[in-house]
Design a protein around this ligand. Structure first.
Ligand SMILES: CC(C)(COP(=O)(O)OP(=O)(O)OC[C@H]1O[C@@H](n2cnc3c(N)ncnc32)[C@H](O)[C@@H]1OP(=O)(O)O)[C@@H](O)C(=O)NCCC(=O)NCCS
Length: 145
């Protein structure tokens, strides 16, 4: 998949679409996760079973056919977000923030008051910026929705 070039974040954002995962996103999404060194890669079959159960359980950010970011939503007894990854050449342009805000909006709409996540060592500053706070005696962070 050829990466597109944008002069500025504004143009990128006008071309960016946030939507539910489709099975055709799988290869690109998993490649982005692997390149970011994320653990616990899910299989396509498992992801398909998850979206039948909850169509919002995987969200992607795309530009045309290019998957540039993704995350998992776990709307169960508690609300969790995991595996947020932005393709490396699209980082620091507000894509992660937009996808995370969309996930938070969906969780809030479902009635959750708090969301938790486990940050990677290098993403703690990002989540702090987005008003997540560390949970005492835990590696998790949380945010009031
Ligand atoms: C962490 C990650 C998702 C951030 O996505 P991104 O699209 O680059 O972040 P954004 O551009 O939306 O950043 C939003 C704000 O956070 C800041 N920020 C981004 N990454 C940061 C970091 N690692 N540390 C501190 N601040 C950071 C930005 O400067 C921006 O600040 P601003 O609003 O004042 O301009 C991305 O770097 C990534 O995919 N990392 C590898 C995978 C990973 O570690 N994921 C977390 C797994 S839980």
């Amino acid at each position: 998949m050829e990466t597109q070039r944008f002069d500025g974040a504004e143009k990128l954002h006008s071309a960016l679409e946030l939507r539910r995962y489709k099975p055709s996103d799988f290869d690109q999404m998993i490649r982005n996760q692997r390149n970011a060194g994320l653990p616990g890669i899910m299989t396509s079959r498992f992801l398909e079973a998850r979206i039948i159960n909850d169509p919002d359980s995987t969200l992607v950010a795309v530009i045309g056919c290019e998957v540039i970011a993704s995350l998992y939503l776990h709307a169960e007894t508690d609300a969790r977000i995991s595996s947020l990854v932005v393709k490396s050449n699209y980082r620091l342009m507000g894509v992660g923030k937009r996808l995370l805000c969309e996930a938070e909006r969906i969780l809030k709409e479902k009635g959750y008051l708090v969301v938790c996540l486990k940050p990677s060592d290098t993403s703690i500053g990002f989540y702090k910026k987005l008003r997540y706070v560390p949970i005492e005696r835990s590696e998790d962070m949380s945010k009031q929705l």
